[in-house]
Write a protein that binds this ligand. Structure first.
Ligand code: ADP
Ligand code: ADP
Ligand code: ZN
Length: 214
């Protein structure tokens, strides 16, 4: 089962992708997480990516595509995967399709998690990320058991720099310009599925399991 998560920044792609990965036993591949791990480890890729991420811009396609193609060719991906945050541009989608076609494969579902822009800024303002393991919480909608402390690993939580309101607005504009066209792309491919992302986390997931099968 090969699944792509589409949606604005903060729509809940990561939250749902983790739940899909757990239920259907496929790896969760988040390009944002891969870049943040590279930044933390001080790699060349991390240094390059950071300059774009800090500005709320997309990392150039050539820095993303090979990374993802290599990742989905690894052994743990034979039964599928859930891609979160990739593709984000038409050229990325075309590159993925081409790489899969060369193996006689294709994407099965592109799930668009729909959340209007008005809701996004509050979502992002309340998002907190663990400095240790990268787990994501929300002050109001997905709180930790102990305030400010990661349930999974016990480290402290932060507001990501790119989740500050100025950058969120910029990222939303980038989303509308560069990523939203993918909705038409996957509609034409006949694999687009829409879910309402404004309802609570479990309800969104129920809608997704109806699409993917129990
Ligand atoms: P969110 O989950 O809030 O949408 P991500 O963690 O997916 O954010 O991504 C954070 C940042 O990493 C993006 O704003 C962008 O700069 C960069 N990034 C992640 N995935 C991609 C991609 N596929 N193409 C280009 N840039 C990306
Ligand atoms: P994305 O990966 O699309 O950027 P996240 O999964 O990180 O989005 O979710 C953004 C923020 O909103 C997080 O703080 C998360 O806990 C919270 N969140 C996710 N889904 C919902 C939902 N259905 N209702 C309320 N808050 C949500
Ligand atoms: Zn943690």
């Amino acid at each position: 089962m090969k699944v792509i998560m589409l949606g604005a920044p903060g729509a809940g792609k990561g939250t749902q992708a983790k739940k899909i990965a757990a239920k259907y036993h496929v790896p969760h591949i988040s390009t944002g997480d891969i870049f943040r791990a590279n930044i933390k480890n001080g790699t060349e890729l991390g240094k390059k990516a950071k300059t774009y991420m800090d500005q709320g811009l997309l990392v150039p396609d050539e820095l993303v595509v090979d990374l993802v193609v290599d990742r989905v060719n690894q052994e743990d991906c034979v039964d599928g995967y859930v891609l979160d945050g990739f593709p984000r541009t038409i050229p990325q989608a075309e590159a993925l399709d081409k790489a899969l076609a060369a193996l006689g494969q294709k994407v099965d579902y592109a799930i668009n998690v729909e959340v209007p822009d008005e809701n996004i800024v509050t979502r992002m303002g309340g998002r907190r990320a663990c400095v240790g393991c990268g787990a994501t919480y929300h002050l109001e909608y997905a709180p930790t058991k102990k305030e400010g402390i990661c349930d999974a690993c016990g480290r402290e939580l932060i507001l990501r720099d790119d989740d500050k309101p100025e950058t969120v607005t910029k990222r939303l504009n980038v989303y509308h310009e560069q990523t939203q066209p993918l909705i038409d792309y996957y509609t034409q491919a006949g694999i687009l599925k829409e879910v309402d992302g404004t309802v609570d986390i479990e309800e969104v997931f129920r809608a997704i399991t109806v699409i993917l099968g129990e």
